[in-house]
Design a protein around this ligand. Structure first.
Ligand code: COA
Ligand code: AMP
Length: 626
C-alpha cells in the first residue's frame, strides 16, 4: 500500500500542503492564501480567504475549456418513457435561465430555496441555479411527507420552494403538490413564492401566488455566476438524528468543491470522458455529491435515473442502463442489489446486457452483507467496492481508493480510511481500541474539507451532537473496529438512527407521530433486521387507560399516521399494542434490549430494569412468535 500509505500520512501530517495542492484542481475567482482556519476550535474553516462559484466549476469552466458539446447529463426515466441528454452548454444555459428566474423572484446570495422534486433534470437545474446565485438550496427527499417537509421549511426559512407536481414510484403516481400544501399549512414560515413544475401525470392545483415552472422561467434573463466566499454555504441537507427534529447539515462551497474533485479522481477513478451513475436520489447526500456535484465538477457525464432497480420494468433495468449509456462506474446501495438478486437470482436478465464498459461497482449507504458482495461481483464481473460515509461528511471516509491505489477488498469491510480522515476506534473510556476490538468510530479534528462545518444556525447542537462524547474528535454514531491490516469494519449505528433500504431515518421522529395519537400513552420504535431492506422499523405502543378502540384498529391507524405524516419512505408496517414497555427505574425505555431480543439474541437485562416481568411478556411479541 505504498501510494496510499504515503498519501494518507501526508494528508494528516501536513494537511495545509495536502489541501493546497488539491485546491489547484478548482477554478477560484480569488485564490486561497490560507488553507485551514483553526482559530476557533472546534469550528474549522477551509480556504477562509478564497472565493469561487461552484456552478462555474461544474458547468461553465468545461464549456470554456471547449467541452461544451460533451454530454453532462443523461436523464433516463423508464417511468415516463423519457430519455434526454444535456450537453455542458445546454445544461449551463438552462441553469443560467433558472437562476435568472429565481433572482426575479427575489433570491439573492445567501437566501434559501427548498427543493421538493422528483428525479427530473429540473431538480439538478434548480440546485445548480442556486449555486450560481450563491443561494443555498435545501433539497427534501420526495418520499418525505408534510411533517418532515414543514420541519425543514421552518428551519431553513426559504424565500422560494420549487416542487414537482408529482413523483412517479414505479407504476404509482404520488401527488407532491397536496403534500407541499399540507406542509405549508403546518409550517410557521411562509415562503414568498412557490414554483411548481407541472408534470402531465398529475398536474398540481395552483393556489393564489403559486407559479408554474414555465411561467417562472418565461422571459427570465440569464444570470451569471456570483463569486462567493469558500466558506459560504452551498446547501443545507437535513438528516435524521436521534430526535424528531432533523439536523441541518451545512456544506460550504470551497471545501466541498476541492474534496469532491479529489474524490472523483482518487476514490472513484472517474474524470472527463467517463459516465458515472449514482443510482440514488437527489434528496440524499449520495445524490448531492455523486449525481450532481462530483461528476460535473470532474467534467464527467452523470446519469439521472428516474426508476427503480426492479419493476421499471424488471430486474434487468440497471444492466440496461449501464449498456445503453456506457456507464463506467455505478454507485448504489446494497439494498438495490438485494432487490435485483431476489427477482433474478441467476442473473439471467443481467446476462442479456453487455455491461463491458463498467469498471467498478461502488456500494454504500448501509452495511454490505457478504452474500450481496459475492453476488454482485459474480454477476457484473467487476470489483465491488464497499465504502462508508454519511451525510455529515459528504464524501467517503473509508474506501478502497480505486484511483489512488486499488487494493485487495475484504468482504464486510469498506477498506481503509480515506486521506484527510483521521479515523480512530475508541473504547467507552476514550482510549484507542486495539485491532479486532469494537468501539465507537470517531474522526480526529479538523475534519477534512467537504465535511460539515456546523449545523444550520445551530453551533450548539453541532457541538452537543458530534463533538461532546470524546474530546477533540467527531463522533460518527457508528460502531466498528480495525483489523490488523488497518481495514475498517463498520458494524452499525450506536444510536437510534436506522437505515431502511439505504434511507436514513429516525426512530425518534416516528415515536413523535405515534405519541401524538390520542389513544397512545407511551411508545417505542426500534429498527430490526430485514433481508431486503437491511433494517425496518417496528413500533410498540401502550394505550391510555380507558381507551375502548380495539387494539388492531389503533395499530392500523398508527401505521397510516406515520405514512401520512413522515411519508411512505418510513416503511413502518407493524405497530403492536403491548401491555407495558420495559424501562429503567428512572423511566428510560430499554430500546437496546428490545432491539437485541427482536434480533433473535438474548441480551443481558440491565440491573436497573424497573420490572423484569415486562420483558417476559414482550419477548414472544418482539420475536414475532405471536
Ligand atoms: N417519492 C414518493 N414515495 C417514495 C419515494 C419518493 N421519492 N421513494 C420511496 N417512496 C415510497 C415507495 O414507493 C414505497 O411506497 P409503498 O409503501 O407504497 O410501497 C415506500 O416509500 C418505501 O420505499 P422503499 O423502502 O424504497 O421500498 P420499495 O419497496 O419501494 O423499494 C428498493 C425497495 C430496494 C427497490 C428501493 O428502496 C431502492 O431502490 N433502494 C435503493 C436505496 C437508495 O437509493 N438509497 C440512497 C442512498 S445510496
Ligand atoms: P447517510 O447519512 O444517509 O449517508 O447514512 C449514513 C449512515 O449509513 C452511516 O452512519 C452508517 O450507519 C450507514 N452506512 C453508510 N455506508 C455504510 C457502509 N458502507 N457500511 C456500513 N454502514 C454504512
Amino acid at each position: 500500500m505504498g501510494a496510499y500509505r504515503d498519501t494518507y500520512e501526508r494528508s494528516l501530517t501536513d494537511p495545509d500542503r495536502f489541501w493546497r495542492d488539491a485546491a489547484a484542481a478548482v477554478d477560484w475567482t480569488r485564490m486561497p492564501t490560507r488553507v485551514l482556519d483553526g482559530d476557533r476550535p472546534p469550528f474549522y474553516r477551509w480556504f477562509p480567504d478564497a472565493e469561487l462559484n461552484t456552478c462555474h466549476n461544474a458547468l461553465d469552466r468545461h464549456v470554456a475549456a471547449g467541452r461544451g458539446e460533451d454530454t453532462a447529463l443523461i436523464y433516463d426515466s423508464p417511468v415516463t418513457a423519457t430519455l434526454r441528454t444535456y450537453s455542458f452548454r445546454r445544461l449551463r444555459d438552462e441553469v443560467a435561465r433558472c437562476a435568472g428566474a429565481l433572482r426575479r423572484l427575489g433570491v439573492e446570495r445567501g437566501d434559501r430555496v427548498v427543493v421538493y422534486m422528483a428525479m427530473v433534470p429540473e431538480a439538478v437545474i434548480t440546485m445548480l441555479a442556486c449555486a450560481r446565485l450563491g443561494a443555498v438550496h435545501s433539497v427534501v427527499f420526495g418520499g418525505f411527507g408534510p411533517k418532515e417537509l414543514a420541519a425543514r421549511i421552518d428551519d431553513a426559512r426559504p424565500k422560494v420552494v420549487v416542487a414537482t407536481s408529482c413523483g412517479i414510484e414505479g407504476s404509482r403516481v404520488v401527488a407532491y403538490k397536496p403534500l407541499l400544501d399540507a406542509a405549508l399549512a403546518e409550517a410557521a414560515h411562509r415562503p414568498a413564492h412557490r414554483v411548481i413544475l407541472q408534470r402531465e401525470q398529475a398536474p398540481g392545483e395552483l393556489a393564489p401566488g403559486d407559479l408554474t415552472w414555465a411561467d417562472a422561467l418565461d422571459g427570465a434573463a440569464d444570470a451569471a455566476c456570483v463569486p462567493v466566499a469558500a466558506t459560504d454555504p452551498l446547501y443545507i441537507l437535513y438528516t435524521s438524528g436521534t430526535t424528531g427534529r432533523p439536523k441541518g447539515v451545512v456544506r460550504d462551497n470551497g471545501g466541498h468543491a476541492v474534496a469532491l474533485t479529489w474524490s472523483m479522481a482518487n476514490v472513484y477513478a472517474t474524470g472527463a470522458g467517463d459516465v458515472f451513475w449514482a443510482a440514488s436520489d437527489v434528496g440524499w447526500v449520495v445524490g448531492h455529491s455523486y449525481i450532481v456535484y462530483g461528476p460535473l465538477l470532474a467534467g464527467a457525464t452523470t446519469v439521472l435515473y428516474e426508476g427503480k432497480p426492479v419493476g421499471t420494468p424488471d430486474a434487468g433495468a440497471f444492466f440496461r442502463v449501464v449498456e445503453q449509456h456506457k456507464v463506467t462506474a455505478l454507485f448504489t446501495a446494497p439494498t438495490a442489489i438485494r432487490a435485483i438478486r431476489k427477482e433474478d437470482p441467476e442473473g439471467r436478465l443481467a446476462a442479456r446486457h453487455d455491461t463491458g464498459t463498467l469498471r467498478t461497482l461502488f456500494l454504500a449507504g448501509e452495511r454490505l452483507d457478504p452474500q450481496t458482495y459475492e453476488w454482485a461481483g459474480q454477476t457484473l464481473g467487476v470489483p465491488v467496492v464497499d465504502h462508508w460515509w454519511q451525510t455529515e461528511t459528504g464524501w467517503p471516509v473509508a474506501a478502497n481508493l480505486r484511483g489512488l491505489e486499488p487494493m485487495p477488498t475484504k468482504p464486510g469491510s469498506p477498506s481503509v480510511p480515506v486521506p484527510g480522515f483521521d479515523v480512530r476506534v475508541l473504547l467507552p473510556d476514550g482510549t484507542p481500541a486495539p485491532p479486532g476490538v469494537d468501539g465507537a468510530i470517531v474522526i480526529g479534528l479538523p475534519l477534512p474539507p467537504g465535511c460539515l462545518p456546523t449545523l444550520w444556525q445551530d453551533d450548539e447542537r453541532f457541538v452537543a451532537s458530534y463533538l461532546s462524547a470524546f474530546p477533540g474528535v467527531y463522533l460518527t454514531g457508528d460502531g466498528g473496529r480495525f483489523d490488523e491490516d488497518g481495514y475498517l469494519y463498520v458494524m452499525g449505528r450506536t444510536d437510534d438512527v436506522i437505515n431502511v433500504a439505504g434511507h436514513r431515518l429516525s426512530t425518534g421522529a416516528m415515536e413523535e407521530v405515534l405519541a401524538a395519537h390520542p389513544a397512545v400513552a407511551e411508545c417505542a420504535v426500534i429498527g430490526v433486521d430485514d433481508e431486503l431492506k437491511g433494517q425496518v422499523p417496528r413500533g410498540f405502543v401502550v394505550l391510555k387507560a380507558g381507551v375502548d378502540t380495539a387494539a388492531d384498529v389503533v395499530e392500523q391507524q398508527l401505521v397510516a399516521l406515520v405514512r401520512e405524516r413522515i411519508g411512505a419512505v418510513a416503511a413502518l408496517r407493524t405497530v403492536r399494542v403491548v401491555p407495558a414497555l420495559p424501562k429503567t427505574r428512572s423511566g428510560k425505555i430499554l430500546r437496546g434490549t428490545m432491539r437485541g431480543i427482536a434480533g433473535g439474541g438474548d441480551p443481558a437485562v440491565p440491573s436497573t430494569i424497573e420490572d423484569p416481568s415486562v420483558l417476559d411478556t414482550l419477548r414472544p411479541i418482539l420475536r414475532q412468535e405471536r
